[in-house]
Design a protein. Structure first.
Length: 92
C-alpha cells in the first residue's frame, strides 16, 4: 500500500521555479525554430518527393503530417512555398 502522506511531503519540498525566468544553455543560442506552417511545407515537399520515388511514407510520418496540417494556418501554397524559401535562405 502507498503512503499518500509521504507523497504530499515530497512535493512540498520541491523548489518552485518561475518558468518566465528559465533559460536554455549556450548550445541553444544559434537555434532557429520553424513555424508550424514551415514544417507543414517541408513535410509536404518531402512527401511529394517520396511519391515521385515510389516510396511509401511510414505511419509516424503520416501521423506527424496529419498533426501539423491540423494546426497549419496557412492556406495559400504559393505563399507558403515562397515563405519557406525565404526562411531557408535566412537559415543558411
Amino acid at each position: 500500500m502507498v503512503d499518500i502522506s509521504a507523497i504530499g511531503d515530497s512535493n512540498a519540498a520541491a523548489p518552485v521555479e518561475n518558468v518566465a525566468e528559465l533559460q536554455f544553455g549556450p548550445e541553444f543560442e544559434d537555434i532557429h525554430i520553424l513555424s508550424n506552417a514551415q514544417v507543414a511545407v517541408i513535410l509536404q515537399v518531402s512527401a511529394n518527393s517520396a511519391v515521385n520515388r515510389d516510396e511509401e511514407l511510414n505511419e509516424v510520418y503520416r501521423k506527424t503530417q496529419k498533426y501539423v496540417n491540423r494546426f497549419n494556418t496557412m492556406t495559400n501554397p504559393e505563399k507558403e512555398h515562397q515563405e519557406l524559401v525565404d526562411e531557408l535562405d535566412n537559415l543558411q
